[in-house]
Design a protein around this ligand. Structure first.
Ligand SMILES: Cc1cc2nc3c(=O)[nH]c(=O)nc-3n(C[C@H](O)[C@H](O)[C@H](O)COP(=O)(O)OP(=O)(O)OC[C@H]3O[C@@H](n4cnc5c(N)ncnc54)[C@H](O)[C@@H]3O)c2cc1C
Length: 361
């Protein structure tokens, strides 16, 4: 019998396996696709380590996450978190109040007027106050997932690639039967604990399993794009642009905007949670043309430092709860981590730690 079976080898499953293996637990990760696949939420070379949160619990997590990212970097030898700073702007947030909360949470802040910010970061157009958080940065998502799994495997963890869990049968407090399928066919695997970090497939994977009552999980296909910078030497911090809901000047925005520079790929920009609802097993992987057109308009009007006609798009899945809070729960031998939407990556090592702890006896 397996001690802990982790369903899903994306960021959250990989981090959970890393913490479990470090704690001396025998863990097997089941991942339906191949290493480095592009079907879920954790691929690509860039994610914002944005610290512009006002909730004390998120700020506490960010402090721990930063330490754990550095620990994983030291262990793997891979640079994962680059401190690029992030600029936050737009009338949709009280930036002065946010600056106070962020500073109380232990992160540096700086408020600039639009002119001063424009001079420092000419690639952007600013129309008001700018909140700069210099401690924020950029994470390399692909390298992070690889480092977590390598660290877990170096401590004895197994990763079963191209193996889909098709059924979960809870037999008792300490016994779960998993139906799994791979190239050799279907079989049953027994496990003492199961951690489900199945991302967009969470609802399907847990269907009919006695476990935590889940909030509605909305699965969408998101489509950021990398735009070509006009001046490759220009400074680009990460960015968040939050419009005011009632501002006619930005009524055409599909949502708030986030972005960062991705080395070798350009300036990434994306609408946050504006994509269509999808079934992860029946998705087109094709960007929505209307969202593409509005994002190109955004780049043209608000990112003067990029060529809005030259861009490449990527698609990716968000799994979101109604209040954007994460699901981290356990019932019996089943632990669930879900709902990481478009803001979970920065917290990955802390979420992995929480899920590993939840699967303890
Ligand atoms: C476009 C985009 C931009 C983002 N930007 C940021 C950002 O700037 N900052 C930030 O903090 N966060 C960001 N995020 C959010 C972050 O990337 C996600 O929250 C995080 O990657 C979720 O990880 P996960 O492990 O839950 O999901 P996934 O990576 O999707 O992992 C789930 C895995 O489970 C596997 N699986 C599912 N069902 C089964 C099964 N039955 N059997 C076997 N395997 C199974 C899947 O194949 C998949 O590999 C962004 C997300 C997207 C999509």
């Amino acid at each position: 019998m397996i001690d802990v079976a982790v369903i899903g080898g994306g960021a959250m499953g990989a981090a959970t396996a890393w913490h479990l293996a470090r704690a001396g637990r025998a863990v097997t990760v089941f991942e339906q696709f191949e290493p480095g696949h592009r079907h879920g939420a954790s691929h690509g070379a860039s994610r914002n380590f944005n610290v512009a949160y006002t909730e004390p619990d998120y700020l506490a997590w960010l402090r721990d996450a930063r330490l754990l990212w550095r620990e994983l970097e030291a262990e793997s030898g891979a640079p994962l978190l680059q401190q690029t700073g992030i600029v936050n702007h737009g009338p949709g947030r009280d930036l002065a109040a946010a600056a106070e909360a962020i500073a109380a949470g232990g992160f540096a802040t700086e408020l600039l007027d639009a002119r001063a910010a424009q001079e420092r970061w000419p690639g952007f157009r600013f129309a008001g106050t700018v909140l700069h958080t210099p401690d924020a940065g950029r994470l390399n998502a692909d390298a992070a997932v690889t480092a977590f799994l390598a660290g877990a495997q170096a401590r004895g963890a197994r990763v079963a690639w191209r193996t889909r869990v098709t059924g979960i049968d809870v037999r008792g407090d300490d016994e779960v039967h998993l139906q799994v399928e791979d190239a050799d066919g279907a079989r049953t695997v027994r496990a003492r604990r199961v951690v489900t970090t199945a991302g967009a497939w969470t609802g399907k994977t847990l269907y009919g399993v006695p476990g935590p009552a889940l909030p509605v999980l909305r699965v969408t296909q998101e489509q950021p794009a990398h735009f070509t910078p006009l001046d490759p030497a220009a400074p680009w911090p990460g960015f968040n642009h939050i419009p005011a809901a009632d501002d006619p000047a930005t009524a055409w925005f599909a949502a708030g905007v986030y972005g960062m520079a991705t080395p070798g790929e350009g300036i990434k920009a994306g609408w946050h949670a504006a994509g269509p609802e999808i079934d992860p097993d029946r998705r087109s992987y094709l960007p929505d043309p209307a969202l593409t057109a509005s994002l190109v308009r955004y780049a043209r009007e608000w990112l003067p430092g990029v060529d809005s006609t030259r861009f490449t798009e990527v698609t990716c899945t968000y799994t979101s709860t109604p209040d954007a809070r994460f699901v981290l729960e356990r019932v019996g031998p089943v632990v669930v981590g879900a709902g990481f939407s478009g803001h979970g990556f920065k917290f990955t090592p802390v979420i992995g730690r929480t899920l590993a702890a939840l699967s303890a006896d």
